[in-house]
Design a protein around this ligand. Structure first.
Ligand SMILES: Cc1ncc(COP(=O)(O)O)c(C=O)c1O
Length: 380
């Protein structure tokens, strides 16, 4: 079954009792137990709910995973996985990382006595060099947020296997439509489903997918006991959004490639970051491990003032935190996704005051380019 067919027919999406064309919303917190000693599948919605289970099966199926777990946000998914670590253990993460993940690591893991090392994601040797006796996890995000750096997933997964470490990949930017980290050897895939999986900027959700039964058991306990479960309504909306993943991804990715090219030749743009560009360091790796380049790109103007002018002049994109919606979204990583980092940490990572992140939506490409053109030409 090809990927676009799988998105529609690869998992249970018809109600088995009524034939309804969408899984119903089982809007219940608890379930009547006919026999208190029987092992009923659903007893209380924090432990499991038919609508939420259907969403978990849908996302795990698309990732070629055996087990899916839904969370109330991408951050709930990430923290449930990171909190598998115990005091005295060590984790290695990529430098260019989503700001929220950076905050958990800095503000929570360190407080619990967990050692943290950030490495240059593009330098495979550095990952291996940083492994210590107490290292337990390796965490990647590729393409990275916001600089679209590419990490070689297969090589990282192999390093993790060689050293008996857990490998984790945040697959939010690519989605399983373009990239399947489990197939490349990673142990755990994480999603902010708030982004492309849902695709309509109306749900906050997260997922974890794995093929490892033991791991699933442990993360399920985190999900149940830390309590960051997905709501029923959001699970249903997520499944609704997911059905159009292939058409949304195809259209926005094609436009992103064209916009990256257009921006690269604009005199007001200092630098463009998108793995489709010939000069992108990770282009080859991206082509080996994914079927597309993704719909998010970043670019540098000359100053913060120019960013403000650009944002004020753009007609179509939302100026907002987030990405992956049907509508184009421009963000300012300096104060938004990476706002919690110190200026020093941001500069060190290349998140500058003149960096713009552009999540390309499914609007008409010519309209988007004309809009960018008028906005760029208006800045001083
Ligand atoms: C790559 C990535 N991972 C995780 C998250 C966190 O997801 P959420 O906002 O759904 O908690 C984000 C949010 O922007 C993200 O961009």
């Amino acid at each position: 079954m090809k990927q676009d067919t799988k998105i529609i027919h690869g998992y249970e999406m018809i109600d088995e009792y009524t034939g309804a064309a969408s899984i119903p919303k089982f809007q219940a917190s608890t379930f009547h137990q006919k026999d208190i000693f029987s092992n009923q599948k659903f007893v209380y919605s924090r432990f499991g709910n038919p609508t939420i289970s259907a969403a978990e099966n849908a996302v795990s199926c698309l990732e070629n995973g055996d087990y899916g777990l839904a969370f109330s946000s991408g951050m709930a998914a990430i923290s449930s996985v990171l909190l598998l670590l115990s005091a005295g253990e060590h984790i290695i993460l990529c430098n260019d990382i989503y700001g929220g993940t950076y905050c958990i690591v800095r503000d929570f893991l360190k407080r619990f006595g967990i050692e943290v090392t950030f490495v240059d994601e593009e330098n495979i040797d550095e990952w291996e060099e940083q492994i210590k006796e107490n290292t337990k996890m390796i965490y990647i995000e590729t393409p990275s947020n916001p600089l679209l750096k590419i990490t070689d997933i297969k090589k990282i997964a192999q390093i993790a296997k060689n050293h008996d470490l857990l490998s984790i990949c945040d697959n939010t930017f690519m989605t399983p439509y373009y990239q399947k980290p489990l197939d490349l050897g990673v142990d755990v895939v994480i999603h902010s489903a708030t982004k492309f999986l849902n695709g309509h900027s109306d749900v906050v959700a997260g997922f974890v997918v794995t093929n490892n039964k033991e791991l699933e058991k442990k993360i399920r306990l985190q999900q149940i006991n830390l309590g960051g479960i997905l709501g029923v309504e959001d699970a249903w909306l997520l499944m609704r959004g997911l059905k159009t993943l292939s058409v949304r991804m195809e259209k926005s990715e094609k436009s992103a490639r064209a916009i990256a090219k257009y921006l690269s030749s604009h005199p007001k743009v200092k630098k463009v970051y998108h793995p489709s560009l010939a000069e992108h360091k990770g282009k080859k790796i991206q082509e080996n491990q994914a079927d597309g380049y993704g719909s998010v790109l970043s670019f540098e103007l000359m100053s913060q003032r120019q960013v403000v002018q650009l944002f004020n002049s753009l007609r179509y994109p939302l100026v907002a935190v987030s990405l992956g919606g049907v509508e184009s979204i421009v963000s300012y990583p300096w104060s938004m996704s990476h706002g919690a980092m110190s200026p020093y940490e941001k500069e060190k990572r290349g998140v500058t005051e003149s960096l713009v992140r552009f999540s390309v939506g499914i609007e008409n490409l010519e309209d988007l380019i004309l809009d960018l053109d008028q906005a760029l030409n208006s800045i001083e």
